[in-house]
Design a protein around this ligand. Structure first.
Ligand code: LER
Ligand code: MN
Length: 268
């Protein structure tokens, strides 16, 4: 499993990011700490210099297991389930731009997390789901070689698809080979009846993993049993990345250091 951490390209506001300033410097620190990979959180790929990004990643020999997209919802309100067709279309166009970016840097996986949106009081679940599936199919068919990895997110952040079971149902209904599941230990701790059983039952769906402890600090700073989580992931033959999506606490550098020390303690 690759040791990875989320780094944002500039302009981010989402709080659970260890690094969000000075891209090159962040990448350098991540590489020096010994990470294998870096997950990029990107609001709008149009603002990014693809070549320069590729160059920096190459210089520090880091791969990119996935690209995060949540800021497009958090900062611009783009969503796959909005009542407004225009907003849904803009959300699809944005994810297609992420897919182009992902293809350019040769790491074909896009996270569909908060961009699913939040269901309005007046909206019915069936309607939200219909829109979500429509948008997913548009994106999935746009580039079949790029995986869209769908993230169950806890109830305090969205009222749509909080559990792994609900997301697997949605994935089955979407019926596209490049639509997969990702798990996040922070959300699982809130929503899953049994973290290990949920992982075991999802073996053939999981394409990416976010790690954060129960308090969203670096793994090892809360009360999750990461030894058992890693063991379970090994049992299902998961060989992708463990990507730390953590609060920058007690400060950004220290949170990354704590993550790396704990990864090493786990024998990763
Ligand atoms: C994004 O990966 C995530 O986990 C969400 O909690 C974003 O708020
Ligand atoms: Mn996450």
């Amino acid at each position: 499993m690759q040791k990875s951490i989320v780094v944002s390209t500039p302009e981010a506001e989402f709080s659970a990011l260890a690094f969000k300033e000075d891209f090159k410097n962040s990448i350098k620190k991540v590489a020096e700490l010994g990470f294998d990979a870096v997950e990029l959180a990107v609001r709008n790929p149009e603002n990014i210099d693809f070549e320069k990004t590729k160059e920096v990643l190459k210089e520090y020999n880091l791969s990119v297991p996935a690209i995060g997209t949540g800021q497009a919802f958090g900062e611009e309100g783009l969503s796959f389930t909005d009542f407004d067709k225009d907003i849904r279309e803009k959300a699809v166009e944005r994810i297609k731009a992420h897919m182009n970016f992902s293809e350019q840097i040769g790491e074909p996986q896009i996270i569909i997390g908060l961009i699913r949106g939040i269901m309005d009081e007046d909206q019915k679940m069936a309607e939200a789901e219909k829109y979500f599936i429509e948008c997913l199919r548009h994106c999935a068919d746009y580039k079949e070689n790029i995986i869209l990895t769908l993230e169950p997110i806890n109830r305090y952040e969205t009222n749509l698809y909080n559990t792994i079971e609900s997301m697997k149902n949605l994935i089955n209904k979407t019926d596209r080979n490049n639509v997969k599941l990702m798990i996040d230990t922070f959300h699982m701790n809130i929503e899953e009846p049994n973290i290990y059983e949920s992982i075991k039952k999802s073996a053939e769906y999981i394409s990416h993993v976010h790690v954060a402890d129960s308090n969203r600090w670096a793994p090892g700073c809360g009360h999750l049993d990461f030894e058992k989580i890693i063991e379970t992931l090994k049992d299902i033959n998961y060989s992708g990345a463990l990507s730390a999506e953590i609060l920058p606490k007690p400060n950004p550098d220290k949170s990354a250091e704590l993550t790396m020390k704990f990864f090493e303690k786990l024998g990763l």
